[in-house]
Each structure stands twice: as C-alpha cells, then as structure tokens.
Design a protein around this ligand. Structure first.
Ligand SMILES: [Zn+2]
Length: 124
C-alpha cells in the first residue's frame, strides 16, 4: 500500500472516529466514564425512546449503545495503529491484501472477505 493510500484510509478512520465520539457523547473534556445518562442524552437520532420507557430502559439502551460503539471505537483505534506500523490493509489471517473495495466499505477491517466469511462460518 502506498503512502497516499495509507493517508486516505487514515482520514476515513479519523472521520469515523470523530462521528463515533460524538455519538458516544465524548466532547472535549469528557472521559470514557461519562454516565449512561450523558450518553443517552447526546444520542442524536429522533427514534430515541425517551418518551416511551422508564429510566432503567433508557439506561439499558445507553449501555448497549456504549458497548457496541465502544467496540467499534476499539477496532478503529487498532486500524490506526496498523497504519502507523504500515501493516494496514494486510489480512490478519492469510496475510494477503484485504482489498481496496473492502477497505472503502469497512476501513477498520482486519481480515480479507474470504477469511472473514470463513471465520463466521466456523463460529456459526
Ligand atoms: Zn485472508
């Protein structure tokens, strides 16, 4: 992968990371220990179930969001590390190229599509 390509994917990852941080409610000084209420309050979509549930339901939603998005954030950070190491774009499993089409769609991908679908079959 060329330096220009690495820069391109780094920009994609950083953009995704920024969006994710906003969804998670990490603005400026806020730390990872922001409360569930803060996270729920900053969730930007109109289908947020604020008016159709108890507080505990809202908290549950917020925790689900935090864990799903939190994992995504972890994968993005890992991908940024691989860009630094210049191992980005190489399949973790077969060491082949992940391929630009897959990286455009899933810039934090660790495996090529063949290995990924094989893994999903194995674990099913
Ligand atoms: Zn592979």
């Amino acid at each position: 992968m060329t330096a220009d390509e690495l820069k391109h994917y780094e920009a994609l990852l950083l953009k995704k990371r920024e969006t994710l941080m906003h969804e998670l409610g990490y603005f400026g000084e806020k730390t990872i220990s922001a409360s569930a209420r803060d996270i729920a309050g900053s969730y930007p979509y109109s289908e947020h179930p604020a008016d159709q549930g108890t507080e505990s339901m809202e908290q549950e939603q917020a925790y689900k969001l935090a864990s799903r998005e939190g994992r995504f954030l972890f994968h993005i950070d890992e991908a940024l590390e691989r860009i630094k190491d210049e191992t980005y774009g190489t399949c973790n499993s077969c060491e082949g190229d992940i391929g630009s089409m897959r990286l455009e769609a899933v810039p934090h991908a660790r495996m090529c599509i063949e290995c990924k679908s094989k893994e999903e079959q194995d674990s099913a």
